[in-house]
Write a protein that binds this ligand. Structure first.
Ligand code: GRF
Length: 187
């Protein structure tokens, strides 16, 4: 199973996937890692692991549709079986979803459909829920919508800050993502 992983940030979830592949516990091939902006640590991690990388810089494209087309072309060139959005902070175009229908996997640091969007951890805390968590799902063209594959609950503890809670969620999120990818590879 070939995957392309898309990142926007630190890529710690990506690192967990890289490590699982390297240790032989996850039978997938990471064909490439792409980002929507230059200078992400995620791309550095991928390069350090000897993986192919690409950047389709959102800011380099005058029209949104140009970026959409460039992203689709860059990802499709690797002929992935699955595309994994791992902290990729962009909504992709419907054309991208059509091209990878049922094959575009997203991770989100909340129990969807609660708390979608860029601040899932903060919003769960602000609401005052006592349990949040993470979701891995097949993404559609909405904001963190699409069929849920798996979820893990994470309790919100007294004294949690957004950062502390997010780090605890990310531990669960990494495990869940690797489990889901393993299951998809075995299917
Ligand atoms: C993850 O919690 C992801 O779900 C969210 O941002 C975080 C990415 O972290 N959207 P990293 O880049 O994998 O460290």
């Amino acid at each position: 199973m070939r995957i392309v992983v898309l990142v926007s940030g630190s890529g710690s979830n990506l690192q967990a996937v890289i490590d699982a592949v390297a240790s032989g516990s996850l039978p997938v091939e990471i064909a490439a890692v792409g980002a929507d902006r230059p200078g992400t640590f995620g791309i550095e991690r991928a390069a350090a692991a000897g993986l192919d990388t690409f950047v389709v810089n959102f800011k380099d494209h005058a029209a949104r549709t140009d970026w959409d087309a460039a992203l689709l072309e860059a990802v499709a060139a690797y002929k992935p079986d699955y595309v994994v959005s791992s902290g990729f902070m962009r909504i992709v175009a419907p054309g991208f979803i059509d091209a990878f229908e049922g094959r575009y996997v997203n991770t989100h640091p909340a129990l969807l459909p609660s708390f979608p969007g860029a601040h899932g951890v903060r919003d769960a805390m602000a609401y005052g829920v006592k349990v949040t968590g993470c979701t891995v799902h097949f993404a559609d063209a909405g904001v963190d919508t699409g069929p849920i594959i798996a979820q893990t609950p994470v309790a919100i503890l007294p004294g949690d800050t957004e950062d502390i809670l997010h780090e605890r969620i990310k531990v669960a999120e990494r495990e869940l993502l690797i489990k889901v990818l393993g299951d998809l590879a075995a299917a």
